[in-house]
Write a protein that binds this ligand. Sequence first.
Ligand code: ZN
Length: 235
Amino acid sequence: MNSQVQMPPERHFIDRIGWLRAAVLGANDGIVSTASLIAGVASAGVSSNEVLLAGTAGLVAGAMSMAAGEYVSVSSQSDSETADLARESEELHTQPKFEQRELADIYVKRGLDPDLAQKVAAQMMAKDALKAHARDELGISAASEPHPIQAALSSATSFTVGAALPLAAVVFSPQSWIAPNTTVISVLALGILGGLSASTGGAPVVRAVVRVMFWGAAAMAATAAVGALFGTNVA
Ligand SMILES: [Zn+2]
């Protein structure tokens, strides 16, 4: 009877994948873009203060861009869900019989026999027709309900937390060590973050760690190379 209630919470990875993925992505972005920017500017041979200024500007620009991007994307998801629900609600009023058959057909496709599917559909619609159609036909549930402002703030925050790490490496490094220190600390942090998120999400850890460290290091190496090139040319 209560088997669902007693299922260990560790089984429900999918519940926390959404916000966790967003937070880790934001922090990853913050680390990679800021550390790459710092590696590039530092490799061009500018002073610590200028590196810090560039990195801070990068942090602010990145956090704003994350917030705006997330706000726009979640808002448009929200708009289309609202429109879907309005259309569904309208159809439930104008053609309830058709809608009930439609719901029963969905349950048949999911494995119920037609008689039972009819009964389930009828009872679901008696309780809350729109909710049943939203969940089983449109795949919209309260858990997936979009929150644009919240999404924007959490993206910007996680980006800022990620970006603060390479900036701290700049503050605490002597001039000639800025690029190597920032790179090493950032790549290690990417690995730890990737490992934590993979194990929380139930995914293979080593593969995630190697992948995120490789691409992070590649991004930093690329901007460092550009910075060194420009630095030599300017000097
Ligand atoms: Zn429907």
